[in-house]
Design a protein around this ligand. Structure first.
Ligand code: ADP
Ligand code: MG
Length: 397
């Protein structure tokens, strides 16, 4: 993907003394008292900010936080806790600026945080008047927010249209590179694991991936829909019967390329959905009318793990079972450990997938963990992300 990179501008000496506007993704989870409960995104934003400061730029950083109402700032919408955390990480005070669209006072070598950009009127709808004002605040616009790259908003799209220079920050660039390595020029065979609970979205992903991948592994609610397509009983399990024809289309598309979608041969079922529901392993043909399939069975998991050993590239989204409950977590753990042990270039993304990776402590064994939940899924769906599209357009002149 051909975009201008901030690191290249820094190398060319084109950043010193310049006003740099960084769109970061600082949308962190907070508890009721407003304390940050998980600061990965703040930490991930530091390299771009440091890079700009070290290069001698006057640095402005903004992000959205939560879902505020435009034009009606509430204390709960404030990035104040983020400013404090960022200050700790940078080892310097990070002043927070309110009402910043008409002008920002910041000197070269300094950094300010611009209050929640989604409070500005016109941000969500990408109002050109707002975008032009924001673009006028800077010499260089840096998008480093992959997590919002699937939305065309004022700070993700409009500002990039009008800024003198628009480029990708280091975090965004790393995402672009990893996705390119996995999907555009993958080392074969390319295996994808698509599982989880969002059946309809993920079926779109499967359709897009069925054109590209050599092995398509399904789990979770998706697998149940495929079991239905194969004429197998699934009891009361999560599935989308309306989408059986689409599942069949995926199977056919894969078959046409000489590949198969391996459906589970054994499953773990329960009578109720709960952490202490007794778990029973059974062959897939024996699922009863009152059973809930909550995980793939051990035989299936072992077979899939074996298949993953030969992969050159692995793309993973979605836990293959209800991994939050220990009795139904073995399938996901087996797959996670197989990915960890694999020599393949592996990329994983998705909110719950990241939780599973953390649960099994395999962060370092996965080659690349995407920071964008929704954005990552849209990439897998084969969509072009608006925030990247505009950076490409700008790079093309
Ligand atoms: P991600 O956030 O990684 O994209 P999803 O949100 O699509 O993944 O799905 C994750 C959720 O799917 C988990 O909470 C998990 O418990 C649930 N899940 C997985 N398998 C099943 C199943 N067989 N039945 C019901 N829920 C499932
Ligand atoms: Mg999820």
């Amino acid at each position: 993907m051909n975009v201008l990179r901030f690191s290249d501008l820094v190398q060319q000496g084109a950043v010193r003394g310049r006003r740099v506007f960084i769109r970061a993704d600082l949308n962190v989870p907070q508890d009721d008292a407003g304390h940050i409960t998980e600061d990965t995104r703040v930490r991930a934003s530091v390299p771009a900010i440091r890079m700009a400061l070290d290069a001698g730029a006057a640095v402005m950083v903004t992000s959205h936080l939560g879902r505020p109402t435009e034009g009606a700032f509430q204390p709960a919408d404030s990035l104040a806790p983020v400013a404090r955390r960022l200050g700790e990480l940078l080892g310097r005070e990070v002043p927070l600026v309110r009402d910043w669209t008409d002008g920002v006072d910041v000197a070269p070598g300094d950094v300010v945080l611009l209050e929640n950009c989604r409070v500005n009127q016109g941000e969500k709808k990408n109002d050109p008047a707002l975008a032009r004002k924001m673009a006028a605040l800077c010499d260089i616009f840096v998008n480093d927010a992959f997590g919002t790259a699937h939305r065309a908003e004022g700070t993700t799209y409009g500002i990039a249209e009008y800024a003198k220079v628009a480029c990708a920050g280091p975090l965004l660039a790393a995402e672009i590179d990893a996705i390119g390595k996995a999907l555009a020029n993958p080392k074969r065979p390319l295996a994808a694991i698509v599982a989880g609970s969002k059946v309809s979205t993920k079926l779109t992903i499967l359709r897009a991936l069925s054109e590209k991948v050599d092995q398509l592994i399904v789990g979770g609610g998706i697998a149940n829909t495929f079991l239905l397509a194969a004429g197998l009983p699934i009891g009361k399990s999560l599935a989308e019967p309306d989408l059986v024809d689409q599942a069949k289309a995926v199977i056919d598309a894969m078959a046409a390329r000489g590949a198969a979608v391996p459906i589970p041969t054994d499953v773990v079922v329960a009578k109720t959905f709960g952490a202490d529901a007794p778990a029973t392993v059974k062959p897939v043909a024996d699922v009863a009318a009152d059973d809930l399939i909550l995980d793939i069975g051990p035989e299936t998991a072992a077979r899939l793990a074996e298949q993953l050993k030969s992969a050159g590239t692995i793309v993973w989204n979605g836990p293959v079972g209800v991994f939050e409950f220990d009795a139904f977590s073995h399938g996901t753990e087996t797959i996670a450990r197989a990915i960890a042990a694999s020599e393949a270039f592996s990329i994983a993304g998705g909110g719950d997938t990241l939780a599973a990776i953390a649960k099994y402590g395999i962060e370092r064994e996965v080659s690349y963990i995407s920071t964008g939940g929704g954005a990552f899924l849209e990439v897998l769906e084969g969509k072009t992300l608006p925030a990247l599209e505009i950076l490409e357009k700008r790079a093309a002149g």
